[in-house]
Design a protein around this ligand. Sequence first.
Ligand code: NAD
Length: 329
Amino acid sequence: MKKIAFFDTKPYDKIWFDKFNDEFEIDYFEGKLTPKTCKLVRDYDGVVAFVNDDIDKTVINTMYNEKVPVLAMRCSGYNNVDMKAAQGKIRILRVPAYSPYAVAEHAMALILTLNRKIHKAYIRTRDFNFSLNRLIGFDIHGKTIGVIGTGQIGRVFIDVCRGFGANVLAYDKYPSKDSGINYVELETLFRESDIISLHCPLTKETHHIINKDSIAMMKQGVYLINTSRGSLIESQSLLDGLTSGKVGAAGLDVYEEESDLFYEDFSNIVIKDDILSILVSRPNVIITSHQAFLTEEALKGIASVTLSNLKEYFQTGTCANEITFGTTQ
Ligand code: NAD
């Protein structure tokens, strides 16, 4: 039986992996896969990792030296993997799609909550405060929503926005022909959108795509929604925009410096990240801790595809969901 080392395990991961696994001996580690923990991979046949594991050159070389040929990411994004280091040494597999609906619906949930102040109303009514002061929102119908990245999630999100009667503008480096999507230049999207939602991957090009200059182009009071990757937004510029009122609200499922914080409980500890502390304290900011994917359908999809990726790799030496193509020992 092949042995798999599974990192950054949470109870909700185990439920579905245990249910679907009939092939592997899986050891679940609570800690993340990092240069410090990677020695644990010794004697395993494969490794499963997630979005905030730090899979740098040291991790890749350790896996290579310990003759662990395959890393199965149980997610779609792989910006946390040193792909250059992996080439020819480790085979990297991923789950290209599990539930685009989960993330797209979460993006709309952030918009609706911020706009209609549901997070404020919930707290008020629990204290029998039934005042409506400062709870005014706006109709999404007729507003312009800018979507950056029109892949699987971006497209579902566009459909959701259209359901609300919004006018959708989109930007994608690789626009999809005959899709009926109204593509515009990025600058036009920045200038004309009432709400901007990010659905592109984190790459060198998209790193800090939302920054001081792009925010300056935006409409007064623009809503910024990020369910993609934290480093798409330069956090200090976002904070400055929120302080000046240029940015009307921010819904963040991801954060630039999330890797040491998200998925853990720091409720009794002083967080040393001042930008995050200020963002959390703002009434017009909602932060969720990288949970947009967290639906039953998505968790089932992640577990079944990750396991079938590993099965395919061990049986055939290749996998349709491989993102590296090179020989391993
Ligand atoms: P996808 O690959 O289907 O779509 C990404 C789209 O971005 C593609 O259409 C691509 O052409 C476009 N793109 C690439 N470079 C671009 C650029 N420079 N500018 C504009 N567009 C560019 O991916 P997806 O499944 O739709 O996922 C999108 C992102 O959502 C992922 O990269 C991941 O970071 C994030 N994600 C987050 C969660 C979560 O729980 N918050 C879950 C899954 C995915």
